[in-house]
Design a protein around this ligand. Structure first.
Ligand code: FAD
Ligand code: FES
Length: 277
């Protein structure tokens, strides 16, 4: 059981960093207290508030799976003050961590079903935790398909793993980019078009999607045309958060707090909320 206080950042150390794309960096992190690290547990899809001392804290999904606990992994896009500071941190530097926060992917309800992951850009980060969790429990799930796109081949995250997953033989990987570079052997075009072209079957299937709003909009349309119901579509929202524990009211959509009721929702749940995102 976790012994972390959700109000107080726990001291953690960055043990490794590497670049995923020109503006996304991955951080591997361990709690400084070894006993707390050994006891730490979370579910796929849960998030953390990471703090850079003197700057502040922000929300990031734990994108490693709970089946691999040597470290917690985060992939961070450089967009503003906190993320710029985080990108300057290196192995050995301390950061603060409040986690685990939020709900998680309903992976037990997905057992025995075919899973279609549909991601764009850094939207693959939350999908990665669930995908790796499912690969580590492969017999519990049916066919696994990943459809993933980025602006250019350089903007695809987790490039080495994309190759490994494509070579596994027990899952299907379809990559697409808007603008192909020299040597690109995948598809060209947008993710929803690939989804439609593949004619993914909705029977006994669940679609899990995360990416830029425009991709999500057209992906939902494409899934609907393929026969997926709102109950068969799961997504994870990125909404501005502050406290992360349901107290400040910063993240609400209607009556739901994304930090405690989410960030993971089915499309059926989202349909019942004000369409302000
Ligand atoms: C549940 C959840 C999970 C997230 N997971 C990740 C992750 O794994 N990796 C990652 O890189 N980012 C993730 N984010 C987004 C991340 O929290 C923000 O990018 C970060 O807070 C920006 O902080 P900043 O100080 O650098 O930027 P700010 O200075 O606060 O903002 C810079 C720019 O980014 C925009 N922005 C900031 N936060 C968000 C947001 N949440 N959604 C949309 N636009 C935003 C601002 O409007 C502004 O234009 C997640 C957010 C949530 C709520
Ligand atoms: S972030 Fe404070 S209530 Fe959700």
């Amino acid at each position: 059981m976790n012994a972390l206080n959700p109000y107080i950042p726990e001291l953690a150390t960055i043990i490794e960093t590497f670049d995923e794309t020109p503006d996304v960096k991955t951080f591997r992190v361990v709690l400084q207290d070894e006993a707390k690290m050994a006891a730490f547990c979370f579910e796929p899809g849960q998030v953390a508030q990471l703090s850079v001392f003197g700057t502040g804290e922000s929300t990031f999904v734990i994108c490693s799976p709970p089946t691999r606990m040597e470290y917690l992994q985060f992939s961070v896009m450089r967009v503003g003050e906190l993320t710029h500071r985080l990108h300057t941190q290196k192995a050995g530097d301390p950061i603060g961590l409040r986690a685990p926060l939020g709900n998680h992917f309903p992976y037990k309800d997905m057992q025995g079903k075919d899973i279609v992951f549909i991601g764009g850009g850094l939207g693959l980060a939350p999908l990665r935790t669930l995908l790796l969790f499912m690969l580590d429990n492969r017999a519990d799930y049916g066919k696994i398909t990943l459809i993933y796109g980025g602006r250019t081949p350089e903007h695809l995250c987790f490039k080495d793993e994309l190759k490994e997953w494509a070579a596994r033989g027990d899952m299907r990987v379809e990559l697409t980019v808007d603008t192909p570079g020299e040597g690109w052997q995948g598809r060209t075009g947008v993710v929803p078009a690939v989804l439609t072209e593949l004619g993914v079957r909705p029977e006994n299937a669940v679609a899990v999607t995360c990416g830029p709003p425009i991709m999500i909009r057209f992906t939902l349309e494409a899934l609907g045309k393929l026969g997926f119901t709102d109950e068969q579509i799961v997504t994870t929202l990125e909404r501005r958060m502050k406290c992360g524990i349901g107290l400040c009211g910063r993240c609400n959509i209607g009556e739901k707090f994304v930090c405690v009721d989410g960030p993971v929702f089915t499309q059926a749940q989202l349909r019942g909320l004000p369409q302000e995102f």
